[in-house]
Write a protein that binds this ligand. Structure first.
Ligand SMILES: Nc1ncnc2c1ncn2[C@@H]1O[C@H](COP(=O)(O)OP(=O)(O)O)[C@@H](O)[C@H]1O
Ligand SMILES: [Mg+2]
Length: 411
């Protein structure tokens, strides 16, 4: 699929942008802090309805906008063409900063509206319409950083492919917040643990499908990643990817960390996962009350890369980590296309600068097969002249886009 047109209004440092967006490679060229990443953030938002870097959606609205009038509305509008469909689709996100009570001139409260083809829709109805794969700089962080980053990654990818995933995730998070609040109260003031009954059931109900989807995805990625890794390295190293659910329905307790076989977990029906998870939550109530928090569940999941059976995070070199993440990204592209029947739009943020010539060539060969690729760079000289000639080039300057040249093989 590809974007045909992108409009932004009061989104980050874009007061207004309205551009047709051609097929092929779009090179966004600009100095630091001009809005290159902001543009990719806007596009990725349409795929995931979350920012990959902002803590609050409120921060996505132009920070001067409340001064221009309250409520202040940030807007992302895109027309895009999906494979096999006759007409383009239109997706609009309104990020509305409203006053949070009388005298709030900063419009601190955020309300969000999503419109599909001009009609207001629930998030779950808009999820999965537009798909994108994002490559960020400092890729090795996915391997080395805390599990939270990997969970966030899983969530961003899986919600695009399984729209109900996002719904389950939201419901799970709400139940978790409520359960944790109750656990704190029980810890501090005592009370009947049976008050947890409802929240335990809710957590199991929404957590089980999350575990099942993650297990399925990681099992499929693991099958694909060997090939993709081999293409990048051409050597005998085998890369493995294993899911470490914080609650494993088959392996409770000490064996948990050894649960490496992703395929096994995919055989467990979701009802069985829910049943086992519920039982485990009830069993561990005492521990949870003592700690004042929920100690097991998808909010503590992780996955891990292994190279020749060794944990990459502990023993890998930078180069090995980078290659592993690149392999995963290739898999993500392939997997998304297989699952949805559509090629995702690719967003690459200053990524080529990190790669050596061979990896770069390999990646370029892959990405040009996509219908649309957005690449940011501070330095257009870093690309081969032929590549630049075939790309559409936009210069970005403090939130203003100036098209420089159109690609050579437009159609
Ligand atoms: N909510 C916002 N409103 C206005 N400007 C913003 C907002 N958030 C970030 N910016 C500005 O955007 C710029 C950073 O944009 P970014 O896309 O990260 O730059 P780069 O081109 O280096 O990728 C900074 O100048 C920052 O002040
Ligand atoms: Mg940037």
């Amino acid at each position: 699929m590809r974007l045909l047109r992108l409009s932004l209004q009061n989104f980050r440092n874009y007061v207004r942008l309205d551009e047709e967006t051609p097929r092929g490679v779009l090179l966004l060229v600009g100095a630091n802090a001009q809005g290159k990443t902001n543009l990719l953030e806007a596009i990725y938002y349409l795929a995931t309805f979350a920012s990959f870097r902002a803590r609050h959606d409120r921060d996505l609205v132009h920070f001067d906008a409340p001064g221009w009038g309250c409520p202040a509305v940030g807007r992302i509008v895109a027309e895009f063409q999906r494979e096999g469909e006759l007409r383009p689709r239109r997706l609009e996100v309104r990020l509305i900063r409203e006053p949070n009570g009388i005298g709030d001139t900063q419009c601190r409260r955020l309300r969000r509206e999503v419109l599909v083809d001009g009609m207001k829709k629930k998030l779950t109805e808009a999820m999965g319409l537009f798909n994108a794969v994002l490559f960020l700089p400092r890729m090795t962080e996915l391997v080395t950083a805390a599990p939270e980053g990997r969970r966030r990654y899983l969530n961003m990818v899986l919600s695009q492919v399984y729209p109900a995933y996002a719904q389950a995730l939201t419901a799970y998070r709400q139940a978790l917040t409520r359960r944790n609040a109750l656990l704190k109260t029980l810890q501090e003031q005592g009370g009947d643990p049976a008050q947890l009954d409802y929240w335990d059931a809710e957590l199991a109900r929404w957590g089980a499908p999350l575990i099942a989807w993650r297990a399925e995805a990681l099992a499929q990625w693991e099958l694909l990643i060997r090939e993709s890794h081999w293409h990048l390295t051409r050597n005998a190293e085998t890369l493995r990817l294993s899911y470490h659910p914080s609650f494993h329905p088959l392996l409770e307790g000490s064996l948990q960390r050894e649960a490496e076989n992703n395929q096994v977990l995919t055989q467990v029906p979701v009802e069985q996962i829910a049943f086992a998870f519920h039982r485990a939550l009830v069993r561990r109530r005492e521990e949870a009350i003592a700690r004042g928090t929920t100690t097991i569940g998808p909010h503590r999941d992780d996955f891990c890369f292994r190279n020749n059976k060794k944990a990459l995070a502990l023993y890998g070199s930078r180069g090995q980590m980078r290659t592993a993440v690149l392999a995963l990204k290739m898999v993500e592209m392939q997997w998304m296309e297989r699952r949805t029947g559509r090629k995702p739009v690719l967003l690459l943020d200053e990524i080529l600068a990190e790669l050596d010539a061979e990896r770069r060539a390999n990646l370029q060969a892959h990405i040009v097969q996509s219908e649309q690729v957005w690449l940011t760079t501070t330095d257009v000289e870093g690309f081969a002249p032929d590549f630049v000639r075939q790309s559409t080039v936009w210069r970005l300057d403090a939130g203003v886009v100036s098209p420089v040249s159109a690609g050579g093989d437009q159609s």
